[in-house]
Design a protein around this ligand. Structure first.
Ligand code: X2X
Length: 337
């Protein structure tokens, strides 16, 4: 499908003069560029709230020339489907997690190496700096365009229905859902668990029907997707920092005139920065909200997890897969792994 629909000039000119004749002050006409944006999150997540604001800003600043239409919550299919659509141009924009786009651009999973980032200072320094540049260049080589500012998903935490996870030993044999992500599968296997890759659209039902006993996601996702309804325990492991790349179909992006590109990227990057602030704010009270909804929390000492990953060769394997250059950039941001 062709991503940009340029309306016939003659059609709108005719409408304009007809309307002018009968003295209507404003004419409803379709935007010259109708850009579809698909994502996997409920409307209530800050990613969708800020994307909606960006769309409104773009409409205002381009005087209706560019319309961004949002398809949230897997309306157009799961992550794998949306990734295929943004590649083909069926949608113009998609926000895959780094874990998910790594199925196409392997080095994009570099930010998700287990227990790499200690805090958000390290995260944004790396992702707005050399690590992010490396990944954006790799995304560009795949024919997609990645906006400068990554959006926040958060630090991923384990939830379970059957037992709390306190040390790495508790991971043994755990049937856990992970995203469609080779790194996640490798990491949870190295921890001794039995991971299964499922798209996010399947997570709630697979927990409800006990196809899996556990999943891992940042707390704001557990909140907006109501995963607390089908999980009992939450172990604060902070095992992966995960973010969303706001990406565009490369051809659709190049076909947008430079002045419109400037408006769109300004709105999207600013919205991304604001969305980071929203997640930071949410993190202040999301735990108590989830506790009030019945989730039982425990803290986790990461030492036994790190040790198990080391013992099972996880870091050595992924250093090899990402390559020395990427690994050095990551260690430059977080210290020796
Ligand atoms: O699928 C997930 O777990 C989610 C929502 O965190 C991602 O997009 C990777």
């Amino acid at each position: 499908m062709y991503p940009l629909s340029r309306r016939a000039f003659l059609g709108s000119a005719a409408a304009l003069s007809a309307a002018a004749t009968i003295g209507m002050p404003r004419i409803a006409r379709a935007a010259e560029y109708e850009l579809k944006y698909a994502n996997n999150l409920p409307l209530s997540h800050p990613l969708n709230i800020r994307a909606q604001q960006a769309a409104e800003r773009v409409a205002a600043e381009t005087k209706g020339q560019v319309e961004i239409k949002i398809f949230p919550n897997n309306q157009l299919g799961g992550d794998t489907d949306m990734l295929a659509q943004v590649r083909s141009g069926g949608v113009t924009f998609f926000t895959p997690s780094a874990l998910v786009i790594a199925t196409l651009v392997p080095v994009a999973a570099i930010n998700a190496v287990g227990f790499a980032f200690a805090d958000y200072d390290q995260v944004w320094k790396a992702m707005d700096g050399p690590v992010g540049t490396l990944v954006r260049n790799a995304i560009a080589k795949s024919g997609l365009y990645a906006f400068e500012k990554m959006w926040d998903n958060g630090f991923r935490q384990n939830t379970t229905s059957n037992r709390p996870i306190t040390t790495a030993k508790d991971m043994d044999g755990l049937k856990i859902r992970v995203p469609v992500s080779p790194l996640s599968i490798s990491m949870f296997k190295a921890l001794g668990a039995a991971p299964t890759s499922l798209q996010f659209s399947e997570v709630y039902s697979s927990l409800q029907t006990r196809i899996v006993d556990a999943q891992e996601n940042p707390l704001p996702i557990i909140q907006v997707a109501k995963l607390y309804e089908v999980q009992k325990y939450c172990s604060l492991s902070n095992h992966i920092w995960d973010g969303y790349w706001f990406i565009a179909n490369g051809r659709a992006w190049r076909e947008l005139p430079a002045d419109l590109q400037k408006v769109v990227s300004g709105a999207i990057n600013d919205a991304g920065l604001a969305q980071r602030g929203d997640i930071k704010k949410l993190n202040e009270n999301v735990q108590s909200d989830l506790e009030s909804k019945g989730l039982t929390f425990n803290k986790v000492d990461p030492a036994s997890f790190r040790q198990k990953l080391r013992d099972n060769g996880f870091y050595t394997e992924w250093k090899g897969r990402f390559g020395d250059e990427a690994w050095a950039l990551l260690e430059g941001a977080v210290g020796k792994l």
